[in-house]
Design a protein around this ligand. Sequence first.
Ligand code: PMP
Length: 323
Amino acid sequence: MDFDEGIGWHDARIIPYGPIPMSPASSALHYGAEIFEGMKAYLTKEGKVQLFRPYENAKRLNSSAERLCLPELPVEDFVEAVTTLVNLDRDWVPTEPGTSLYVRPFMIGDDHSLGVHGVHHAIFMVILSPVGSYYKEGLNPVSILIERDDVRVAGKGGTGYTKCGGNYAASTRAGKKAELKGYSQVLWLDAVERKYIEEVGSMNVMFKINGEVVTPALVGSILPGITRKSCIQILQEEGIPVSERRITVDELLKALEDGTLEEAWGTGTAAVISPIGKFVVDGKEFVVNNGEIGKVSQHLYDEITGIQSGKIKDTRDWTLEVK
Ligand code: PMP
């Protein structure tokens, strides 16, 4: 679908996957005018195909668009584009338990003049790819490197709360460093004071410290994850309060040292819940919960994947059947 200033969104179409024509002067290539979403379509045991909270992805895309001066896309058009494409061929949705069809909606600014300005021409696209189960042998705790040097996004006023391509380009180096050292992900600290915990890899992060579930507050530099929001709602409905507040790395280290850190886990569309078994900082390793999966992590994983796969009744209107 294309956007032109003065016309709006037009020409929705489905074309075979392949190279797309682009001007070498495109604003997407020169100035990083690109935003995206990540979501999944699941096959339920009744043979239905459903999406998880797609309206949340649509709203977040528009929040990213607003920040990058890209045109907003009506929420209904976003959902129609995604459902129409997924529904085109149901055989695209893999059938093995735990598998899904990854859906990548994205928008690029495609102005062909080299000036730095708001975008006059944009393209919105959706591509799909079947993905395997994130955990082939069940939930598996990961090890996390606390990153002291690289900064992923700027502080408040920057683009940390958006899903723009540039945020991910800037995170690659620390991710590579962690991988080379044998760790799965990086724990990101804030860019300004370098002491507040923000996110872990491409996930939000939650802790259970001294019986309390805590997660970094959305201070403008953290992506408002849809899995994070779902976890908070589930826990609160069960009478487990979740404190959204600033958490320093020193508070985490103290909780690791005195054993009050009971559990830690990442939340995101790819893994849903990623239990953390170990933190590594300044060359020192700290094991969490004896490297085992905690009760809250396991419960949240079972609940959310249960709703996505149709094993648990969706009482919150989170799923959308693809007609
Ligand atoms: N933070 C970042 C930086 C991410 O890329 C993601 C994945 N979209 C998340 C958090 C988790 O967001 P969600 O639960 O919506 O997938």
